[in-house]
Design a protein around this ligand. Structure first.
Ligand code: UT7
Length: 334
């Protein structure tokens, strides 16, 4: 039997980011407070990670509420009505409920009730993963506008007494609206995963152990130095591939916005890429810590707030983290 060919949708010629918004929780936490729970110091944390402070969610803040706040601002900036959103993609590693996903609740809270909505689990690469999917969705014609959100309440999954992770992570959310464009504003994604090294950043026990053996709450553990060495090589490698794929050179960039995992990783990558002096390098980690899937949109918004002239320039985004997973692409800044 020969079936008739299926009809397909007509997509947009290209996609781009048309608006950005963020939510930074009110509670600012310095290194001295962190060091009351671990054997550490302000000087050590600054020197080894670059972090001076981070934001911690307060009681009313959840992955869902922070995502909704950032998304509302992104839609305002884009001049888009919630009813125009066809898909909400929420990247997070700290939404605690197995079901339902956070994205449908976010869509409802912001008034995007007509949108499809789902979560993306790609840890600190989640924003870049979701952005790549949004680009494809808009170009395929499946959706007109996509909300891409990174939202994290890392304080729910980090052990404040763990010396390797307690000082690194912070909470917050960032969102962008991706919409149709005449010329490409999101370059090809370079991405991948290495599940053989899943144990390097992982929960220390399963929910089953917690239920069946009354074990404590699962928390995140990280083999810091090993992850650092991987990232120091991987970030420059996939950055070069993303630049090649987009058909531009490092000199054509206005900004370099890698995941804010550690200021030293950012510096190592910027040096390896031989970025010319005019390329602004994101260092939002200094004030926000590592906010996992939220770190790239938070850092992007921070750069654009400091220098509106970056708008319309090219930025290289690089996400990497637990999985292990990685993703990089060049975008045109909103
Ligand atoms: O977001 C997902 C991806 N994540 C990353 O990319 C994170 C990558 N890793 C890192 O950023 C770094 O490995 C850390 C910031 C986590 C740790 O920095 P490090 O320079 O790799 O420290 P280390 O674990 O190699 O420890 C160096 C020294 C040790 O002391 P000795 O043996 O040299 O005397 C540690 O005991 O620092 C000590 N140390 C600390 N000292 C004060 C380790 N943690 C601490 C601490 N405070 N919190």
């Amino acid at each position: 039997m020969t079936a008739d060919a299926l009809r397909t949708q007509e997509g947009a010629p290209a996609a781009r980011i048309i608006g950005i918004g963020t939510y930074r929780p009110a509670r600012l936490v310095g290194n001295d407070e962190i060091s009351t729970h671990i054997d550490s110091s302000d000087a050590w944390i600054r020197q080894r990670s670059g972090i001076v402070s981070r934001r911690f969610a307060t009681d009313g803040d959840t992955v869902v509420t922070m995502a909704a706040a950032a998304a509302t601002k992104a839609m305002d900036q884009a001049g888009i009505d919630p009813t125009d959103i066809g898909m909400v993609l929420l990247a997070s590693m700290s939404h605690l409920e197995q079901a339902p996903a956070a994205a449908p609740r976010v869509a409802h809270l912001i008034g995007a009730d007509a949108a499809a909505a789902t979560d993306i689990g790609a840890a600190c690469a989640g924003f870049c993963y979701a952005l790549a999917l949004a680009d494809s969705l808009v170009r395929s014609g499946s959706v007109g506008h996509v909300l891409v959100i990174g939202s994290e309440k890392m304080t729910d999954i980090v052990d404040r007494t763990d010396r390797q992770t307690a000082f690194i992570f912070g909470d917050g959310a960032g969102a962008v609206v991706v919409g149709p464009a005449g010329t490409p504003g999101i370059g090809p994604v370079v991405w991948g995963a290495d599940g053989s090294r899943h144990g390097l950043i992982a929960h220390n026990r399963s929910w089953l152990e917690t239920r069946e053996q009354h074990a404590p709450w699962p928390v995140l553990r990280m083999a810091g130095p090993e992850v650092f060495r991987w990232a120091a090589l991987k970030v420059p490698e996939i950055s070069r591939q993303a630049l090649n794929a987009a058909g531009i050179d490092a000199g054509d960039l206005a900004a370099f916005i890698p995941h804010q995992a550690n200021a030293r990783i950012v510096d190592v990558a910027a040096r390896a890429l031989k970025l010319p002096p005019h390329v602004v390098v994101a260092k939002d980690i200094v004030e926000s810590g590592n906010t996992s899937a939220a770190s790239i949109p938070l850092a992007m918004d921070s750069l654009l707030s400091m220098d509106a002239g970056l708008s319309g320039g090219h930025a290289l985004l690089v996400g990497f983290g637990a999985g292990l997973v990685h993703a990089a692409q060049v975008v045109t800044l909103p």
